[in-house]
Design a binder for this molecule. Structure first.
Ligand code: ZN
Length: 159
């Protein structure tokens, strides 16, 4: 069945930037599951998946506005180094996780000193035109609970 609202889609993806640098590839791990039509993935990708079928493979290039949005210039913040999670030693360009009032988020290390680091809280893929290569593995109807929660359950989804 073609993908439409309230269907759960299981897919593998890889994503690269405009220079062709690979950023992420899910194929070495579990595929992702999302509930179509609920904003669970970036808007440009959700649009590109609409009407596709299980077994389809395609690639799509998405501008930043329909991916992770533009970079914000005022998004650099100073945080204690001990609040950075994910590594023991930090260098500029590394991605760390920090706890914020909005929950855990990924930041890019801009500068690091002994006690404090300047981190860029823009999404690491903000401001980038991204090319996704997608393999659709499975499309199924969502159950009532998934629709109520607004996300997919089971392997690759929530819970
Ligand atoms: Zn749920």
């Amino acid at each position: 069945m073609p993908i439409e609202k309230n269907q759960v889609v299981l897919f593998h993806y890889s994503v690269s930037d405009e220079q062709g640098n690979a950023i992420e590839d899910s194929r070495s791990g579990e595929p992702n599951a999302y509930l179509h039509g609920h904003g669970g993935i970036v808007p440009g990708l959700e649009e590109a998946l609409e009407g596709r079928n299980a077994g389809d493979s395609f690639s799509v290039t998405i501008p930043a506005e329909k991916a992770y949005g533009p970079r914000k210039a005022d998004a650099v913040q100073r945080v204690p180094v001990k609040h950075l999670m994910g590594a023991k030693r930090w260098k500029p360009g590394m991605i760390a996780q920090v706890k914020t009032e909005q929950g855990p988020r990924h930041v890019v290390i801009a500068k690091v000193g002994l006690k404090f680091a300047d981190v860029d809280t823009n999404h690491p893929m903000a401001g980038k035109t991204l090319t996704f290569n997608i393999d659709i593995l499975e499309v199924r109807a969502a159950d009532a609970e998934e629709i109520a929660h607004g996300h997919a359950h089971g392997p690759g989804g929530h819970h």
